[in-house]
Design a protein around this ligand. Structure first.
Ligand code: NDP
Length: 287
């Protein structure tokens, strides 16, 4: 049995499906989905992320707009741009690249995006929809990608004990709710959890979203566990990326694992494209 969950391959399959669907919808409706990405400042990592989102958009047949505002742009300037995009009928998704400069209130910005165009799934309306298990919002992209990896690998979630390590708003909390929706029994751990090792050891599915390289080791996992490693870490400034799981140490014990890189990472952008396609399909009444 192949233990490695190949996120690179699975994300490519998803992108191929999206591309085909866009071609068909374009023939039917004469329209294509549009995604607008806004970047404030010139943080090198954010630049790379925005560039790759734009490239993916174009390669899949999306209409794409990119706005780069200067580092010292005011909150009002950014709000004006979002309002303009909220009204633009060709734009189905609006994404503001985080982190924003400190003088801008990120919550205020994210809350100003129309929930119907919030393809990142961070607007409180979409967070609330996730909470109540509604299907007409947007799932945040990284947790959505994790669920997709498990489903496409035919890994049963129903009835499993899932332990999530990390409770952030972008990964830990939403993946907990999504696994609950799939009928897992969910435990959420964090930095104050007592006896973390024994809690994690009870898990059939472990989601590590901690931000600490190689934190989960073989003594913390039970035989046959399924491991989803969300972490992206560097050790001592090296360019090599490490997950939150000590991959080599756990490999012989576990039944499935996502590698870093090439596991969860590539899924995030694929699911952003999927969310934008969903938004478009709602606009043209194809859902
Ligand atoms: P945050 O820093 O927001 O959250 C980290 C969580 O880990 C917190 O809830 C924290 O607990 C918990 N934690 C920290 N130390 C411990 C500990 N010793 N024991 C138990 N829990 C601990 O991180 P994110 O959720 O934003 O990201 C997590 C990782 O995932 C990072 O490496 C990030 O780079 C990566 N990431 C990857 C993505 C992808 O596309 N693959 C997307 C997003 C993130 P507490 O709340 O108590 O402080």
């Amino acid at each position: 049995m192949e233990k490695i969950i190949n996120g690179k391959e699975i994300s490519q399959n998803i992108k191929d499906e999206i591309k085909l669907e866009i071609e068909n919808l374009k023939k039917e409706t004469g329209k294509i989905p549009g995604l607008a990405v806004i970047l404030v400042g010139n943080d090198p990592a954010s630049n790379v992320y925005v560039g790759s989102k734009e490239k993916t958009c174009l390669s899949l047949g999306f209409y794409s707009e990119k706005y780069v505002l200067p580092e010292n742009a005011s909150e009002d300037e950014l709000l004006d741009k979002i309002n303009e995009l909220n009204k633009n009928v060709d734009i189905d998704g609006i994404l503001v690249q985080l982190p924003l400069p400190k003088h801008i209130n990120s919550d205020k910005i994210l809350n100003s995006i129309l929930p119907e165009k919030d393809v990142d799934g961070f607007h409180p309306i979409n967070v609330g929809k996730l909470m109540i298990g509604a299907d007409d919002g947007f799932f945040p992209c990284t947790p959505y990608g994790i669920i997709e990896l498990l489903k496409r690998k035919n890994i049963k979630i129903d009835g499993k004990n899932a332990v999530i390590v990390g409770r952030s708003n972008i990964v830990g909390k939403p993946i907990s709710l999504m696994l609950l929706k799939e009928n897992a029994t969910v435990t959420i751990c964090h930095s104050r959890t007592k006896d973390l090792n024994s809690v994690v050891k009870g898990a059939d599915i472990i989601v590590a979203a901690i931000g600490k390289a190689k934190f989960i080791n073989k003594d913390m996992v039970k035989d046959g566990a399924i491991i989803i490693d969300v972490g992206i870490n560097r050790i001592d400034g090296s360019t090599k990326l490490y997950g939150d799981v000590d991959y080599d140490s756990v490999f012989d014990k576990i039944s499935y694992i996502t590698p870093v890189p090439g596991g969860v990472g590539p899924m995030t952008i694929a699911m952003l494209m999927k969310n934008t396609l969903i938004s478009f399909k709602r606009r043209v009444n194809k859902i």
